[in-house]
Design a protein around this ligand. Structure first.
Ligand SMILES: C[S@@+](CC[C@H](N)C(=O)[O-])C[C@H]1O[C@@H](n2cnc3c(N)ncnc32)[C@H](O)[C@@H]1O
Length: 256
């Protein structure tokens, strides 16, 4: 069965309409793969334009007002040629490839095989396959990584998808897998300490969250007190950059 990325299909399990992000009829809502899918043609207008990018990539760009590329460029700036890098929750590889383009050897891990499939194709298109290893693996499996194995551990927009205890475990493991002097680089949504900003963020963000959920069927929980959590894991925070709305954090921390 040929699956087209600009056609809408109906999931045979949960009935959700979805546009495939890969060549398999994988439902973005219930996560199951339909054996029989029924394409429902959508007008070849807005949708096909939107879904040339994967639905996911589009949703993320929407949530970050198109600023993500610039943020990720800045985040990878400390990475040096030849360094070993771990990208936690690499998704379709937005951050992974920026690091690989700097000549580092990047292992990208993610629990979503469809994201990894897209990332693998992008790596091949960009001629970066010898610099990038993409592995289906969750943060819960970080214990299988050798200690002091990485110069840099980085994560973009994944910590906000983790439960509190998962994040605490992840940060503990990050410290263990980093070499002494190694860096943790994080860019993610965060919650503001100010009540006024929190309310303002909710009001401004709500329409974007709804639109993004309708497109990607995913949503996030902004990370609370990330610098404190990083310190509690035993890393020292080198720098913190908050945007004007105080709802997005770029953090650099070090293992001493
Ligand atoms: C919002 S995406 C960000 C992807 C990528 N870093 C980027 O910036 O485009 C979050 C990613 O985290 C992954 N993720 C969520 N929970 C995870 C977990 N427990 N272990 C590993 N990856 C996870 C998701 O599958 C998803 O691909």
């Amino acid at each position: 069965m040929t699956i087209h990325s600009n056609i809408q299909y109906k999931c045979e399990f949960c009935g959700t309409y979805f546009v495939p992000i890969s060549e398999s009829p994988y439902c973005l809502k219930c996560g199951r793969v339909s054996q029989e899918v029924y394409p429902e043609f959508v007008e070849e207008t807005l949708r096909s334009a939107l879904f040339n990018l994967s639905r996911y990539d589009w949703g993320i760009r929407l949530l970050t007002f198109g600023k993500l590329d610039k943020i990720y460029e800045r985040l990878v700036s400390p990475i040096k040629n030849g360094q070993r890098v771990l990208d936690i929750g690499c998704g379709t590889g937005a951050l992974t490839f920026k690091a690989a383009q700097k000549g580092s050897i990047v292992k990208g891990i993610d629990i979503n095989p469809q994201m990894l499939e897209i990332a693998q194709k992008k790596a091949a298109q960009a001629g970066l396959t010898q610099y990038v290893e993409l592995v289906e693996m969750g943060v819960a499996e970080l214990g299988s990584e050798a200690p002091a194995n990485y110069d840099v551990v980085m994560s973009g927009l994944c910590f906000s998808e983790l439960a509190e205890d998962e994040l605490a475990y992840t940060l503990k493991e990050v410290k263990r897998v980093l070499k002494p002097g190694g860096l943790l680089l994080v860019a993610d949504e965060t919650r503001s300490g100010s009540i006024l900003m929190t309310v303002l963020n909710w009001v401004l963000r709500l329409p974007l969250v709804i639109i993004t959920y309708l497109i990607t069927q995913t949503t996030t929980n902004a990370v609370k007190d990330l610098p404190d959590k990083v310190k509690r894991a035993g890393l020292s925070v080198d720098s913190i950059l908050l945007n004007t709305m105080q709802n997005f954090i770029e953090l650099v921390a070090k293992r001493s």
